[in-house]
Design a protein around this ligand. Structure first.
Ligand SMILES: [Zn+2]
Length: 294
């Protein structure tokens, strides 16, 4: 069964665009891979959910988007990359952080990240990637992305992200939405949208009540005639492989490879995104050097 997916929709005759995602399995997978504490699961999960939806905004088949948060809090940072098919991978710098709940009684994601910067890196196959950078507003991620969309992309947006962690630290609910107002939107539509947003409960509350992304879309855009364009599966997926790692290893050059052979007799490479280890034994390293010297 397709558990995690994103619906892409328009409303108000195309003057509003919307993405609504359910991502419980994706975030659960990330939690298991990185063995994150609840507040870190929430930070990573919110970022992954946003990246999945932002991946769908990319135009080219090989385009990639990376969301990077760096802060002075105990988690230090988050890195999440998504492709245009909403395949998402991510990691955090410090997976185990314990903090008291915040004033609202919620996991303190903002405190976990601290103050710092949000960077959006779009690799669109050009020489230089696009990089948009804004200071963190709250570190709660949704507000930070709202600020980014407005200041760096000049697109007024509403971003909601939520991860509900169960008592046994597994992921109970995870999801989010991004609503963007296009320049063609009329004042009346914007007023309706603002009114709806003030009426609806939080994304995790709606999900925990059993609402699907389709139902959440209808609630958020009630009276604005939402039309679903498509439904796209999304998942945690790391595209690393022995071949790719080997290529990276070869690219360091003969001299460095020889140094590794002499000093370490092996090379162990680690993928930050999925925690896989790739071991290259002495003979394999010697073969690489041989191929390079040919
Ligand atoms: Zn990997």
């Amino acid at each position: 069964m397709l558990e995690d997916y994103i619906i892409r929709a328009i409303a108000a005759e195309g003057s509003i665009r919307a993405f609504v995602a359910t991502t419980r399995q994706m975030v659960q997978t990330a939690r298991e891979i990185h063995d994150t504490s609840p507040v870190v699961s929430a930070a990573l999960g919110r970022t992954m959910t946003a990246a999945a939806m932002m991946g769908l905004m990319l135009k080219g088949e090989d385009d990639l988007i990376t969301i990077q948060l760096k802060g002075d809090g105990p988690m230090k940072g988050v890195v999440v990359t998504a492709d245009h098919k909403a395949n998402v991978k991510g990691y955090v710098h410090q997976p185990y952080v314990e903090l008291p709940l915040n004033q609202k009684g919620k996991l303190d994601v903002g405190g976990c990240i601290g103050s710092g910067m949000l960077s959006i890196i779009k690799d669109m196959g050009l020489k230089e990637p696009y990089i948009g950078q804004v200071p963190l507003v709250t570190g709660e991620i949704a507000e930070d992305l709202t600020y980014y969309f407005f200041h760096s992309e000049q697109t007024p947006s509403v971003v909601a992200l939520g991860v509900l962690v169960d008592r046994d630290t597994s992921i109970k609910q995870s999801g989010g939405f991004i609503i963007q107002v296009m320049p063609s939107a009329e004042e009346d539509s914007i007023e309706k949208l603002e009114k709806q947003l003030s009426l609806i409960p939080s994304i995790t509350e709606m999900m925990d009540e059993g609402n699907t992304p389709e139902q959440i879309l209808d609630k958020v855009l009630e009276g604005l005639n939402p039309v679903i364009l498509d439904k796209v599966p999304t998942q945690f997926y790391c595209n690393c492989s022995r071949e790719r790692v080997e290529k990276a290893l070869i690219s360091i050059g003969i001299q460095d490879l020889q140094e590794i052979v002499e000093e370490e007799k092996k090379a162990t490479l680690h993928c930050h995104f999925c925690n896989k280890e790739f071991l290259f034994k002495e003979q394999e390293l010697r073969d690489m050097i041989e191929r390079l010297t040919e």
